[in-house]
Design a protein around this ligand. Structure first.
Ligand SMILES: NC(=O)c1ccc[n+]([C@@H]2O[C@H](COP(=O)([O-])OP(=O)(O)OC[C@H]3O[C@@H](n4cnc5c(N)ncnc54)[C@H](O)[C@@H]3O)[C@@H](O)[C@H]2O)c1
Length: 330
């Protein structure tokens, strides 16, 4: 039988006294979830993935599906029984499954409530029932809306501008409050603009995914506005590292953490870097009218993440884009 006891090492980091930690990853077939699954398997976790394949795709899990330590369950986080089944005997839950499109959330707020709020509550309740040790929740910089301060610290007010952002605030609040009276701990991670291989290129996917897709297809790179608006782009491998560290660091309070680089990059600089690295030749940059509702500056203050998780993003935009382009163009 596997022991569930744990102890602290000299750095105060929790080390489980057991051979393999069991993790559940919701949204496992998605962009970030699939990279997380790969990294957990490399670190000897046993992993159960739960995904309804609405935007996720089995091909993202090509390597994982060959591992005996990985099981993929096709199920929906809106269905409590399916989540409970996936979470049996789990140690750590990484909750990434979500509806993620801001404009769609404005058109269909009920879907965002059902998936991102009720679904998250189902995950929390299942984790508690399974006596999981920790839940790591994928929140978003969207909780800040138009930030009151840039770089934005975690103490800035939560002021979302869309039902998507509101659903992430609700998810955070449920994690913080439902776990208060339970032994389970939760970690809230507010991702900024994540990019990397496997990111969808269509629709509302990140601007990096869209630029790369267009560049590789010889299409022009479209910038809405003057291009001087800034974002905090973080490479997916760095996000995965922050998530894995979140599973084991010694928690004192359920504090939210920004997950970003702390470095602003303008959309114009990004387009020029994609242009420069495009293996299929340079793409033209074209400007179109500003989109209403676009935030001008969004950059994370990252001191809290660096201090508590002892982690700093390792990839600058040039390195992250190079890895992404290499994989996407092969
Ligand atoms: N990509 C980013 O820049 C970014 C930024 C901030 C926050 N996030 C958050 O990170 C998480 C992962 O985002 P991503 O970019 O990998 O998106 P993604 O769409 O690639 O992944 C989401 C996954 O969840 C699955 N899913 C959706 N609804 C589900 C349901 N009802 N039941 C089970 N599975 C369901 C999808 O099929 C998909 O595989 C999300 O919670 C998102 O809100 C992402």
């Amino acid at each position: 039988m596997i022991s569930r006891s744990c102890g602290l090492d000299s750095e105060g980091v929790i080390r489980m006294v057991k051979s393999r930690l069991r993790a559940v990853v919701t949204g496992a077939a998605g962009f970030i979830g699939s990279h997380l699954v790969d990294a957990l398997l490399q670190r000897q976790y046993t992993v159960v993935g739960l995904d309804n394949m609405s935007t996720g795709c089995a091909s993202n899990l090509q390597d994982a599906l060959e591992s005996k330590s990985f099981t993929l369950i096709e199920g929906d986080i809106r269905n409590l029984e399916e989540v409970q089944e996936a979470c049996r005997d789990v140690d750590v839950i990484f909750h990434l499954a979500a509806a993620t499109k801001v404009a769609e959330s404005v058109r269909n707020p009920r879907l965002y409530h059902d998936v991102n709020v009720t679904g998250t509550l189902n995950v929390i309740m299942s984790a508690i029932k399974a006596e999981a040790r920790r839940l790591v929740f994928a929140s978003s910089a969207a909780v800040y809306g138009t930030p009151s301060q840039v770089p934005t610290p975690e103490t800035a007010p939560r002021n979302p501008l869309s039902p998507y952002g509101a659903s992430k605030v609700a998810g955070e609040l449920f994690c913080q409050t439902v776990t208060l009276n339970n032994a389970m701990e939760s970690v809230l991670l507010r991702f900024f603009n994540v990019y990397g291989p496997r990111q969808l290129a269509e629709g509302e996917a990140g601007v990096v995914g869209s630029f790369i897709h267009r560049a590789l297809n010889g299409e022009s790179l479209v910038i809405f506005g003057d291009g001087h608006q800034t974002r905090d782009f973080i490479f997916v491998e760095d996000v995965v590292e922050a998530m894995i560290r979140s599973a084991t660091y010694q928690i004192r309070d359920t504090l939210p953490f920004n997950v970003g680089t702390g470095q602003p990059l303008s959309i114009l600089e990004l387009a020029k870097e994609v242009q420069r690295q495009n293996p299929r030749g340079s793409s033209e940059i074209v400007f179109e009218k500003t989109r209403t509702g676009d935030i001008y500056h969004s950059v994370a203050a990252v001191e809290r993440m660096q201090h508590h998780l002892q982690f700093k993003a390792q990839h600058n935009i040039s390195q992250g884009l190079s890895k992404t382009l290499k994989e996407q163009s092969s």
